[in-house]
Design a protein around this ligand. Structure first.
Ligand SMILES: *[C@@H]1O[C@H](CO)[C@@H](O)[C@H](O)[C@H]1NC(C)=O
Length: 437
């Protein structure tokens, strides 16, 4: 009986410690902290970024500052409380000793009203509340393996060591690949500290597109007055119910086009504060491939035959051609990439490209032809197409060929018959005439 209770107690302990491990899976993160100019002890410094450590917990009480020993290269430590747990995602917490680390940057920020049309109603009163008189930081963190990115706005009350996350914007789709014409979902969600006076004071969401220095508004939504911006991209939508209920500001892009590939920035505004994350959309469409001429010409032994493989309708522009020949026994001979043309761009932004193969019939093993395949490798998938090559004199005749041969034989037979009849016939006449004479 005592044995049983010991086992019971041990297992309860084990479960409890397991729970504790799970709860305390929030990371201690190295972070580049940007000092303001002239702050580093008044000395001019070539780099104004210093290494800092962020100790993250979901509750203030969990921080135990006494047990912390600081590595020598760490100049600042921040004990951050994030009740939402956004900063406790596993992509921000690599296994001990791992070389790859999340990338983190911490900057001081200044709360201010926004002048954007769909944000302005948030700061109607134009009075900045006392609450804003604190130190404010923004931490931008990119997780491992492009699994997630998060930006958190952190508040440090005056004369305090607490650093509280007030607003977090997270994406779990840092990189999105979508097929042409499909619907793409760009994930973005936000959290506002429910104990903050800014909570419930309204929010707005802005999605912007950025590509090679050009940008435009994709969609703006004022959550306070429930209004969508007049200017917005065709097919761009939010799930309004989900925005209000779960802070799910994900952008839904339907009927995607190639030109929509690029960087998308999800910005969430609450009065005086803003946090944003960036993500990448790529429209990936594999090629259609065909070989020309089709069917290929019959090959005369000793001659070179030219064949083209066309890959069309693909995006992005990244394609590798290869040719191969399979003989009747199934042996595959690689024939290289052929000579690849420049690309052409279609009206829908997809590309086409051609590879020209000059095939020396001597390569056709024992002159017997085989199956010729064109392979187009693309990030969207590998596509291949094949044709049968026949060498004259080696292929078995087809039914059409046999019929033609029979036809030719019949015509020849008729011709010989006719000629011989004409000659022998006239001879007979002559002899007849001779006989008459
Ligand atoms: C957010 O909303 C979109 C669109 O309704 C949905 O597909 C997605 O699953 C939601 N994301 C989360 C995390 O709930």
């Amino acid at each position: 009986m005592s044995n049983f209770s010991t086992i019971y107690k041990l297992s309860v302990l084990a479960v409890l410690s397991l729970v504790q491990v799970c709860l305390s899976s929030c990371p201690v993160m190295e972070c580049w902290y940007t000092l303001e100019k002239g702050r580093r002890g008044g000395l001019a410094s070539s780099s104004n970024q210093v290494n800092s450590l962020l100790f993250i917990k979901t509750e203030e009480q969990q921080h135990d500052r006494r047990t912390v020993n600081t590595p020598s290269d760490i100049e600042h430590m921040f004990f951050i409380t994030d009740p939402s747990g956004s900063l406790c995602h596993r992509a921000l917490n690599p296994p001990v000793g791992s070389i790859k680390k999340p990338h983190c940057e911490l900057n001081r920020i200044q709360p201010q009203p926004s002048s954007l049309l769909w944000v302005a109603p948030l700061t109607d009163s134009a009075q900045s509340p006392l609450y804003l008189q604190a130190e404010w930081f923004a931490a931008t963190i990119h997780g491992l393996n492009k699994e997630m990115s998060v930006t958190s706005v952190i508040r440090t009350p005056p004369e305090s060591e607490h650093n509280d996350v007030i607003l977090s914007v997270t994406t779990k789709t840092v990189f999105v690949a979508a097929r042409l014409g499909e619907t793409a979902l760009l994930d973005c969600s936000f959290w506002v500290d429910p104990s903050s006076p800014l909570h419930g004071a309204g929010f707005s969401v802005e999605w912007r597109y950025q590509f090679r220095g050009n940008g435009h508004l994709v969609l703006g939504y004022d959550g306070k007055t429930d209004r969508l911006s007049d200017i917005r991209d065709e097919g761009a939508m939010l799930d309004f119910e989900s925005v209000h209920q779960n802070g799910n500001a994900s952008l839904i892009l339907s009927d995607t086009k190639v030109k929509q590939s690029g960087t998308y920035i999800c910005s969430v505004h609450v009065p005086y504060l803003l946090a944003q994350v960036a993500l990448e959309l790529e429209i990936v469409e594999p090629p259609s491939v065909s070989i020309h001429p089709s069917p290929p010409p019959l090959i005369i032994p000793g001659q070179t035959v030219t064949l083209h493989c066309e890959a069309s309708g693909f995006a992005p522009l990244s394609l590798d051609f290869s040719w191969e020949l399979t003989d009747s026994e199934g042996n595959v001979t690689p024939l290289g990439s052929g000579s690849v043309s420049g690309h052409r761009e279609g009206y829908d932004g997809t590309y086409s490209q051609t590879s020209k193969l000059q095939l020396d019939s001597a390569k056709l093993e024992q002159g017997r032809g085989g199956e010729l395949t064109c392979v187009a490798e693309h990030p969207g998938g590998t596509r291949r197409t094949s044709v049968n090559l026949n060498v004259i004199g080696f292929s078995t005749p087809s039914i059409e060929d046999s019929m033609a041969m029979v036809g030719v034989a019949l015509v020849l037979y008729g011709l010989i018959k006719f000629v011989s009849w004409t000659f022998t016939g006239s001879g007979d006449d002559e002899s007849d005439e001779k006989k008459k004479n």
